[in-house]
Design a protein. Structure first.
Length: 79
């Protein structure tokens, strides 16, 4: 599984594009979720958060190789 490098703005763009395609499954990972110690804490904090301000730190993408490559082809490998 390749790990690619990107900034938050580009991750959001990729996430939005992936959500428009029924053949691509996307799993966003947020800084908010990473900072919580329990699921109850996460539920409380996510319910109060404005989704446009949540920092996306990673995205898992599953789908046809060509479509995933089209979304991520310009990203460098994380080293």
């Amino acid at each position: 599984m390749p790990i690619l490098l990107s900034n938050n703005e580009l991750l959001r763009e990729i996430l939005e594009k992936s959500l428009e395609d029924d053949e691509i499954q996307s799993i966003p990972f947020s800084a908010l979720a990473q900072s919580c110690k329990t699921y109850q804490e996460y539920e409380a904090r996510i319910s109060e958060a404005d989704s446009s301000t949540i920092e996306v730190v990673a995205i898992g993408l599953i789908g046809p190789r060509k479509k995933i490559s089209k979304l991520t082809g310009s990203l460098p490998l994380f080293k």
